[in-house]
Design a protein around this ligand. Structure first.
Ligand SMILES: [Zn+2]
Length: 409
């Protein structure tokens, strides 16, 4: 099935813009038909006199709150062979609501096909060797192992939790020995590795390519990478409900793939997705909760004609509130240019005061002042204090987030 879907995706991606518009109409029509056979969308009315892409836009948004606890009502009664084999993806969002999405084996394989296509588009070929530096890792690492080569493959893992001034030269040795073509990382772990290499003046082999996903790539990380390895980094975005998928192109723009989902952006910059390939759970205009910057449907110049954005921010609901009641969501610039900062977060306490927690390489009083004054300038009228911590605060759901607000509103 995977090979078949790889070629389906390849065919769709090779279409001309005109061909893709025709194909998109058909995909949307099929998605609307499947949705019609779900409990939730059965009563939805839309005109059959207009193209399905336009009809779709007349329908209301679906919110995570609607879905929570009602997941089964979103499953189509249209039977497909692939839905006999299903898997469940569970997510807990910023609002603490968890949802469990049933996906058919084809849904999972289609997403993988999309990812495979994108990877080869940015230069990650199937024969490339890869080293993985991510939070999810093999159980061998529980005993404190730093590295693991997967036998009979060209894959290895590096332990993301053992990086330190003492161990960094071992990571460099490992890279020098194994020479992976690609490093697949989460941004935080990659930042820590590069900062340790730089601050300890340790030279290491640089991969040809870095691919990241799961967290926002900060401008800090990009600058650090430029100073150290100076190799290309491409980031992939997908939300946990799988209603949107985007990958960076050679121009650095994130393209929301037209053949994966219809992607729209609301007036307040929230990504809304209608997946086109799902065979079980159906979502029409699902509001993801993630915010984007600079949405455009103009040609980007890279040859892909999907809609694209400059950046994908944190969860849309992650904002702090100024004394006058204004909401501020884009807070990552507070950490921009702070080369000592490994990871940072902003917590708004119930009192309204803002605490900045930073994990730092070393004490840096000037950096504390800069971050405090940048945050005060962005969010007026709030008391700001900066703290150096060993570890960032986690939410009740166990997630590390860049912005936490300890009150509703
Ligand atoms: Zn592009």
């Amino acid at each position: 099935m995977q090979r078949h879907l790889n070629s389906v995706v390849l065919n769709q991606r090779q279409m001309s813009r005109e061909q893709s518009e025709v194909a998109l109409e058909r995909l949307v029509e099929a998605a609307l038909r499947r949705a019609k056979s779900t409990q939730v969308y059965a009563s939805y009315k839309y005109s059959l006199d207009m193209p399905s892409t336009l009809a779709l836009r007349t329908l209301p948004l679906t919110q995570k709150e609607d879905l929570h606890g009602h997941e089964d009502e979103y499953i189509t009664s249209q039977k497909s062979l692939s839905s006999l084999f299903s898997t469940t993806a569970t997510s807990s969002g910023s609002s603490g609501l968890s949802v469990s999405i049933k996906r058919s084996i084809r849904d999972v394989a289609f997403e993988q096909a999309m990812l495979n296509w994108w990877r080869s588009g940015v230069g990650w070929q199937p024969n490339h060797s890869v080293s993985i530096l991510r939070a999810e890792f093999p159980k061998e690492f529980e005993a404190g192992e730093l590295f693991l080569n997967i036998p009979k493959t060209s894959r290895s893992f590096m332990n993301a939790y053992q990086l330190s001034d003492q161990s960094v030269s071992k990571y460099a040795d490992f890279l020098n020995r194994s020479r992976p073509d690609v490093i697949y990382a989460i941004p935080t772990s990659l930042t820590i590795l590069l900062q340790l290499l730089e601050s300890n003046s340790v030279d290491s082999y640089a991969p040809k390519l870095i691919v990241t996903s799961s967290e926002t790539v900060t401008s800090n990380l990009r600058e650090l990478l430029k100073r150290t390895w100076d190799v290309p980094l491409f980031d992939w975005y997908g939300n946990s409900e799988r209603t949107s998928a985007a990958g960076q192109c050679r121009n650095g723009r994130y393209h929301f793939f037209w053949n994966y989902a219809v992607t729209e952006v609301t007036a307040n910059s929230e990504v809304v997705g209608t997946p086109l390939q799902f065979r079980m759970s159906q979502f029409l205009r699902y509001a993801s909760g993630d915010s984007v910057e600079d949405f455009s449907t103009e040609p980007c110049g890279c040859g892909w004609f999907d809609p694209h954005v400059k950046a994908i921010g944190g969860r849309f609901g992650d904002y702090v509130v100024s004394a006058s009641g204004s909401r501020y969501a884009t807070l990552s610039p507070v950490f921009d240019g702070e080369t000592n900062v490994i990871a940072g977060q902003i917590i708004q306490r119930a009192s309204g005061a803002l605490d900045v927690n930073v994990v730092m390489m070393q004490e840096d009083a000037a950096a504390f002042e800069r971050m405090a004054s940048k945050l005060s300038a962005r969010v007026p009228g709030r008391q700001v204090s900066v703290h150096r911590v060993q570890e960032l605060q986690k939410t009740a759901a166990g997630k590390t987030k860049m912005v936490i607000r300890e009150f509703e509103g």
